[in-house]
Design a protein around this ligand. Sequence first.
Ligand code: AGP
Length: 614
Amino acid sequence: MCGIVAYIGEKQAYPIVLNGLKRLEYRGYDSAGVAVLKNGNINTYKKEGKVSNLEDFVKDKDITGGIAIGHTRWATHGPPNDVNAHPHTSENGNVTLVHNGIIENYDSIRKELESKGYTFKSDTDTEVLCYLISDIKTNTGVKLGKAIRLALQQVVGAYAIVVMCEDEPHKIIVARKSSPLVVGIGKENDFYVASDATPIVEYTKQVVYLNDDEIAVLNKEKGMKLYNIDEVQKEPYVEELELHLEALEKGGYEHFMLKEIHEQPTSIQDCFRGRLNAKEGWVSLGGIKYYLNRIMNADRVVMVACGTSWHACLVGEYLFEDLARINVEVEYASEFRYRNPIINENDIVLAISQSGETADTLAALELAKSRGATILGICNVVGSSISRLTDAGSYTHAGPEIGVASTKAFTAQVTVLTIMAISLARRKGKLNEAKFRSILSSLEAIPKKVQAVLDKTEKIKKIAEKYKDAANALYLGRGSSFPVALEGALKLKEISYIHAEGYPAAEMKHGPIALIDEEMPVFVIATKGTSYEKVVSNIQEVKARKGKIVAIVTDGDEQVKAIADDIIEIPETNEHLVPLIATIPLQILSYYIAVMRGCNVDQPRNLAKSVTVE
Ligand code: AGP
């Protein structure tokens, strides 16, 4: 996600926009830019890196004026650099805009515009939208507002945009679909625009939250006019802001981690965007489409990562082997890089990393590359070192993950791995049409099912209260829920400092069962599926030794409910997709236990968000 800020009125616009961008840097910090409209001329300044880089860049420039639009970028198309930074301007220099979201059909629109003779400067989908609006305005003679509407009717995807143009210098026009946009009503017929209320609240508490398919014209002389996509004018609904600045940056949540836990229905949905359609029966990962045959014909796929990302690899192993019958080995990157592994040119080495900067993972990839393997990546940060090193890869599009404990990045990684496994299985003829469409439909239903679990937060919080003082904890799971057990244990220990271990449920008998006593909470993923009865037996073994059982079960489960101390019910889904849902209650449990223990949830002791050193 990106951050947008704009101002139109009698004040100096640039300082308002610059400060607003600084407040929105949590939404993305790859590059930043501002465009100022003065005396019918638009001047644009933009730089790679944080907002402070932009501030330094414009220090000696004339950036006075009462209209400005600004942007801080989280790259989705095109690496972070000056050219790809927003704002983007049409080829004739007349139209300039900033955008938050993803234009899924930008490639076909770009090709059409190129056939008309346009040449693009950047790799972004945003520049394509800007050119399209300008092309319509120039060739049909309509005013900016109409040109924007006509352009947006051709667009598939998500957008929040602010548009200005030189020959209509008294207005800015905003529009949204799926990406947030707020208009602040100033006291002097002036207007503030931002991706959320954070940059606005210090100037006004009167705000209008745009709804999907709404367009607003903000005019210095004529005020605000709100329309729907069919040009029907609407009365803006003005609300009174209650939140304080600090809370606003976290979207009203107490911590970034909680906000990111609750973002998962959206982040998983964004991970799908443009990559699958159950109704039409297709799945496609553009970033690796030219490598699918090589993956299928490889001797093996070696997945390398650290921490939570390593747990995602383990889920990937179950998916690739069970669905696509592709041989997978999962390696800690830190071990792989030093143990002189046997690697050859028929191997695929796939690195998974949220930050794309983890030193051990990067080194493991460099080793694999030096030995001739094909190297692929799954990263969340566009243009990161790992994404730049790999031959190809896929981005998770989870948006910035600020909390040190990874949550939405994990489910996004598992989502990409699931899409890869389904795509490969289909290509290898391991999934017939019915099963293919069925698992795609089940995958498309995941965001709603994740939301259903998030709606049980208060119940889960009560369970957290019961176990917040535990000294140790055990997490158990079978099949692809075993990596979920490992991930649940890691979440608990890294933010609450309670010692926790994850195990395959069957392994408990080979040692850990000696730890069980009435003080030991045992969190078990016991959802319906192949090994359900065996997990129930493991639960009985714990109960026989007075252990406390907190079970994650499928909605309506009565059998485990009768024996467990606490249960958390999650919606039923295809067994391969259980990790995407079963992880959620474990994230929520660890969050509230940590909060109740007074821990620094977003920045736990001794940890860093990205371990860029060995
Ligand atoms: C997970 O909650 C931790 N923050 C940590 O284990 C993390 O997953 C690990 O350092 C790998 O980071 P990466 O995904 O950015 O490579």
